[in-house]
Write a protein that binds this ligand. Structure first.
Ligand SMILES: Cc1cc2nc3c(=O)[nH]c(=O)nc-3n(C[C@H](O)[C@H](O)[C@H](O)COP(=O)(O)OP(=O)(O)OC[C@H]3O[C@@H](n4cnc5c(N)ncnc54)[C@H](O)[C@@H]3O)c2cc1C
Length: 379
């Protein structure tokens, strides 16, 4: 493992840093979900116009074709400069890469450019009320009709469904096949009478995710990705991109949170308290170990071309440290740490979801036990 940047990688880092500093959109509007979303959409458009939106996408599809090292540098710089997340994060991280990997030429032609520009937002309709970790037990049903399919069923926790034009949708097309084999991967047009989106308000007060109710919602044959009945494989590819995307900016984001925590500790005059110092030091050490682990994973991926199961470790650690640091910030802030509307309270409340979203901590621990450490399977 070589931790130093080559001359061209350092030049790339400087180019990214300069562009971000010169084009930073400023602080996001507060207290208005819709205004904040549109702010992030126009930031994404600006990034796209400068060629940065699809950093990891191949150049032939409007991306930058960056190497894995360049992607890691880019993600570090985004976090360092505290820029907002692009609006179409699910399209950029999952939808586009899945269409590139497994879509037809027509599908690439139709969907990729509006994902990059943010003109068409994507969401991910996988989870159902009875199917989360055990995703293959999903029950939404698609029945063949003239030139397409009619889908009936319910999805839940669907982030940005209320903004989305397209949904990566898993539905059962064969009731008799074994559960992993009877699933098909559709791209559902959200703007049709058979689709109803109902917002779910979170503990933070935002309605970032939703329920989707589908009643004979129509999907044409050309919106199937992969084979009919072959949706599970496409879903696994999607989840692999999701986890890689989550892991990418994690360390730098944690570092920022730690710096904010240290500033708060100093502001409250607690910098000499030995117990506070010890906890801060533990975060410092844990996050540095995580950074080195991420570099080791990157080195392995560069050799094999495929992210391995050890990527689950970064997601688990990110959830653990983010929750612990936001909790400590609430303690240090005293009464301000539990007041509605403060940044400290918001971060504490939002971090509660970290150990659930993108795979629960328990499920990630199983993956690490079985596939990284080679321990016997649970069942
Ligand atoms: C903020 C947020 C955004 C989300 N966005 C989306 C989205 O856009 N699209 C989408 O499809 N989904 C989304 N989800 C849903 C998310 O993927 C699921 O919540 C997650 O997969 C867990 O599923 P579940 O909620 O059904 O819990 P369950 O799977 O029912 O788990 C319940 C508990 O049992 C534990 N458990 C389950 N199986 C095992 C096992 N084998 N071994 C040990 N413990 C186990 C879990 O760890 C958990 O503690 C989102 C969730 C959150 C919190």
């Amino acid at each position: 493992m070589d931790l130093s940047l080559t001359e061209s990688e350092a030049a790339f880092r400087d180019e990214v840093r300069t562009w971000l500093q010169e084009n930073h959109p400023g602080p996001s509007p507060e207290g208005d979900d819709q205004a904040e979303f549109e702010f992030r959409r126009s930031w994404q458009r600006k990034m796209h116009e400068a060629g940065w939106a699809g950093i990891s996408w191949p150049q032939e599809y409007g991306g930058k074709g960056a190497t894995l090292i360049e992607q890691a540098i880019f993600n570090e710089e985004l976090a360092r400069e505290s820029v907002p997340a692009p609006a179409n994060v699910l399209g950029l991280v999952m939808g586009g890469p899945v269409v590139i990997a497994q879509g037809t030429d027509d599908q690439k032609e139709r969907w990729l450019e509006p994902i990059l520009s943010g003109d068409e937002i994507w969401c991910q309709g996988f989870s159902e009320p009875e199917s989360g970790s055990d995703l293959a037990s999903l029950k939404a049903r698609a029945v063949k009709s003239n030139g397409g399919w009619k889908v009936t069923g319910q999805k839940v926790w669907t982030t940005y469904a209320h903004e989305a034009k397209w949904c990566m949708l898993l539905a059962r097309t064969d009731q008799d096949a074994p559960k992993h084999k009877g699933i098909t991967y559709f791209i559902l047009d959200m703007e049709q009478p058979g689709v109803e989106v109902r917002p779910l308000r979170q503990i933070t007060g935002e309605a970032e995710f939703n329920e989707i109710f589908m009643e004979e919602a129509e999907v044409p044959d050309e919106n199937v990705i992969g084979d009919v009945g072959g949706g599970w494989q496409v879903a696994i590819t999607t989840l692999m991109f999701e986890r890689a995307g989550l892991g990418a900016a994690a360390v730098m984001g944690l570092r920022r949170t730690l710096n904010d925590l240290i500033a708060l500790v100093t502001e409250r005059g607690l910098e000499d308290d030995p117990l506070v110092r010890q906890r801060v030091a533990e975060f410092q050490i844990g996050i540095e170990a995580m950074r080195l682990g991420a570099l080791r994973t990157l080195t392995a991926t560069m050799k094999t071309g495929i992210p391995g199961p050890e990527g689950s470790l970064g997601k688990w650690q990110w959830a653990k440290y983010n929750q612990a640091m936001t909790e400590m910030a609430s303690e240090v802030a005293g009464p301000d740490g539990v007041k509605v509307g403060t940044e400290t309270t918001y971060r504490f409340l939002r971090s509660r979801a970290n150990s659930i979203e993108g795979g629960t901590t328990e499920v990630l621990q199983n993956i690490i036990a079985e596939r990284v450490l080679g321990l016997p399977r649970l069942r």
